[in-house]
Design a protein around this ligand. Structure first.
Ligand SMILES: *Cc1c(COP(=O)(O)O)cnc(C)c1O
Length: 367
């Protein structure tokens, strides 16, 4: 039995949702649960987020899992939005039968829906505008073409106006100008056109209250994670929901000058008491953290990682922690050791770390 365990704090997720509520007032909250709830487990996250107004997903598979959970639990259906929409005509019947809402960001999707018979009633559509991120969406500043797109979307929805949406590229950056330009561009494009508005991701929620619109779309904040370079999720006022732990499975003494691990990449500066942790990149602990000054907590005390992270194992310097021993609990990230701190050492963001936890890692839920 491997020791690596992801502890998921469902109470933290619930309180994070309340924290978002407190910031956005009566705006609706589309809880973004794509990528298996940012690696926290889709079903458990959706259970913890019962008070959200809807869910945002990236795949029909995830949308189907939410609908199945609702049936099992006897819950009524919540809005579920496919954030990248559909791209194959055979997906449309499922879209309709599951009562999903879908984003339209490209002409090919308009054509696809126009070719598909509507099951009846209104379609709930989200019309995505590109206001400067240049990833998905219809160009917001091309007024004439946008008018044509809007007319087709109205027809597709049997007269129901779409939710107008856009996505921020840089709301987590210190300089607000990119985002304020995106907000202005969006406002110009939607002026005088009926429909609800949705702009803000997590950083948009904390940094740009003027862009809360009708639907906010938090992902990271729900899990207590941040993409800010200078602020952890906790420093934004949210609770990290995932703690990754494992244990020391061997302790040994090695001489000054000896090298540790693959490639002998790190030589000991002093006689070293070395702990071997049952964690590696096969669990989702980033190999890129090797040699970058990352620390772990051993029985709650910080200790430096040594040498290269391998598939199943990593090494830690226990020289200054004489009480640490085989069986000592090692925290890799979480409430006591910000995920953002390790992410910085691994040249990534906290989202990628939680999304990357692999299936062999055990999960324990706490409230
Ligand atoms: C992922 C995603 C979000 C959530 O972003 P966070 O930074 O996690 O809050 C919001 N909107 C869209 C369209 C997304 O794809």
């Amino acid at each position: 039995m491997r020791e690596a365990t992801a502890i998921i704090d469902l109470g933290a997720i619930r309180r994070n949702l309340q924290g978002i509520r407190a910031r956005v007032g009566n705006r609706r909250i589309l809880a973004v649960v794509k990528a298996d709830g940012y690696g926290h487990g889709l079903e458990r996250v959706v259970r913890a987020l019962r008070d959200a107004d809807g869910f945002g997903v990236a795949s029909l598979e995830d949308a189907t899992r939410i609908r199945q959970l609702e049936v099992r639990q006897g819950w009524s259906r919540k809005p579920v939005v496919l954030l990248s929409g559909v791209d194959e005509s055979r997906d449309v019947p499922l879209l309709e039968s599951l009562g999903l809402q879908t984003v339209l960001h490209d002409h090919s999707q308009l054509e696809l829906l126009e070719r598909s018979p509507r099951a009846g009633g209104h379609r709930h559509l989200w019309l995505k505008l590109d206001t400067g991120m240049h990833r998905l969406g219809f160009a917001a500043e091309q007024t004439d073409r946008l008018q044509q797109v809007y007319a087709r979307v109205l027809a597709l929805g049997a007269g129901r106006p779409p939710v107008w949406m856009t996505h921020f590229s840089s709301a987590d950056e210190a300089n607000p100008h990119v985002t304020t330009a995106q907000i202005d561009c969006f406002q110009r494009a939607v002026a005088g056109r009926p429909g609800l508005h949705s702009l803000a991701n997590s950083a948009g929620i904390t940094e740009f209250p003027a862009a809360h619109g009708d639907w906010v779309r938090p992902g990271g904040l729900l899990y207590g994670l941040s993409t800010f370079a200078d602020r952890t999720g906790a420093q934004c006022g949210f609770e990290p929901a995932m703690t990754l732990v494992s244990r020391i499975i061997a302790v040994k003494h090695i001489a000054a000058g000896a090298a540790v691990g693959y490639g002998g990449s790190e030589r000991m500066q002093r006689p070293t008491r070395l702990g071997i942790i049952s964690i590696g990149y096969g669990d989702g602990y980033p190999r890129h953290a090797s040699g970058q000054g990352a620390t772990v907590l051993v029985d709650g005390h910080p200790a430096p990682l040594l040498g290269r992270v391998s598939m199943d194992l990593s090494c830690v310097d226990l020289t200054d922690l004489p009480l640490a021993q085989v069986g000592s609990v090692v925290t890799l990230w979480g409430a006591a050791l910000p995920t953002e701190q390790l992410a910085r050492h691994a040249h990534t963001i906290s989202y990628e770390l939680t999304c990357g936890v692999t299936r062999r890692v055990a999960v324990r839920e706490i409230e």
